[in-house]
Design a protein around this ligand. Structure first.
Ligand code: ES4
Ligand code: ZN
Length: 324
């Protein structure tokens, strides 16, 4: 199975570029940029990764990414991820970034986008990996701050396909961002949102109804509402599921308790993704293997995750055709 999964053409749709910051690069950039972080060695960084829920993870995440300062840093980060994609036979990737993590500490929006985009263009020309870019609002911040961030995004409209919504759902329902999502859609952005990860199933209904998302990030709580599962199947609304992330953050107690195999069997358009691979213990192959090992899934089932991802992607129909 491992050989099959490695060779399987894969598409990644739920990946926070900041979540690919490996401890080695964190320490290197801390030195390069003279940023003080409370870790001296890779062992220190690993020891600090003792989070077991989303809010503890997010605090650590903010601290770790504070070493990213310049356009070159964002280029280096993205390039390292793309090289990993090449090794793992990921042919297309739709990456998210969290500008507010950076602009709030004085990094220019343009430095973030330009660094990421330069790597993505080079990934296309030299690694033959296609990509799209998604700008995520942090739902723990205000809608006013999201509106300001949307303004900063406008000059880069041609480089950004969609806006998204991430961070903790608790106390931050989708309705809080109805206005900024409406504005984003009017400006021509597609929309996605995290929902039904650490928040209730109603959040999934609301990102569909009120934010009009094209797909749902995580969405695993959908099984709390039979009618919603039926709707997801009928309308083929994709879920970008992140198995290792879900277990690491306690969304499921163990991989064999995850509902991904169930969702696949029921005809939901589920996909496998890595979320924040440097923090949750694995990239795409590791996530596929974790699912294959936990459930009695055939090679055909595993390939289905890839064909679902092609359909769920923001590629054109010609590009999708070429991948199938
Ligand atoms: C995230 Cl695992 C997770 N959940 C919600 N928002 C996020 N941003 C980065 N990783
Ligand atoms: Zn995520």
């Amino acid at each position: 199975m491992e050989g099959f999964i490695r060779a399987l053409p894969k598409i990644e749709l739920h990946l926070h570029i900041e979540g690919t910051l490996e401890p080695e690069m964190m320490l290197e950039l801390a030195k390069r940029n003279q940023v003080s972080i409370p870790y001296q060695t890779i062992t220190d960084v690993h020891a600090a990764y003792a989070f077991s829920d989303l809010s503890a993870f997010y605090a650590l995440y903010g601290l770790g990414v504070s070493v990213l300062k310049t356009e070159q840093d964002f280029y280096d980060l993205t390039w390292a991820y793309l090289k990993r994609c090449k090794e793992e036979h990921v042919l297309h990737t739709e990456i998210s970034f969290d500008p507010q993590l950076h602009t709030r500490r004085g990094v220019e929006f343009g430095a973030v986008v330009n660094g990421i985009c330069r790597a993505l263009q080079e990934g296309c020309s030299t690694l033959e990996i296609t990509s799209r870019l998604i700008m995520c609002f942090q739902r723990d911040l205000s809608q006013e701050e999201a509106l300001e961030t949307l303004q900063q995004t406008m000059p880069y409209k041609d480089s950004i396909i969609a806006v998204g919504l991430d961070s903790s759902e608790v106390g931050n329902p989708p309705e809080k961002f109805a206005q900024v999502f409406e504005k984003a859609r009017q400006a021509g952005f597609l929309t996605v949102a995290h929902a039904g990860e650490d928040g209730p199933v109603d959040n999934i209904w609301h990102v569909l109804g009120k934010l009009q998302v094209a797909r749902i990030d995580h969405g695993v709580r959908c099984t709390d509402d039979e009618k919603l599962v039926e709707h997801l199947v009928a309308a083929q609304i994709p879920l970008t599921v992140c198995p290792l992330s879900n277990v690491r953050l306690g969304v499921f107690a163990a991989m064999d308790e995850h509902n991904i195999a169930d969702l696949l069997e029921r005809g939901v358009c589920v996909t496998i993704n890595s979320d924040d691979p440097a923090f949750f213990g694995g990239y795409m192959v590791d996530n596929f293997m974790a699912v294959a090992n936990a459930f009695k899934l055939s090679k055909k089932d595993m390939a289905r995750f890839s064909s679902n991802a092609i359909e769920a992607s923001f590629l054109t129909s010609d590009e999708k055709e070429a991948l199938h």
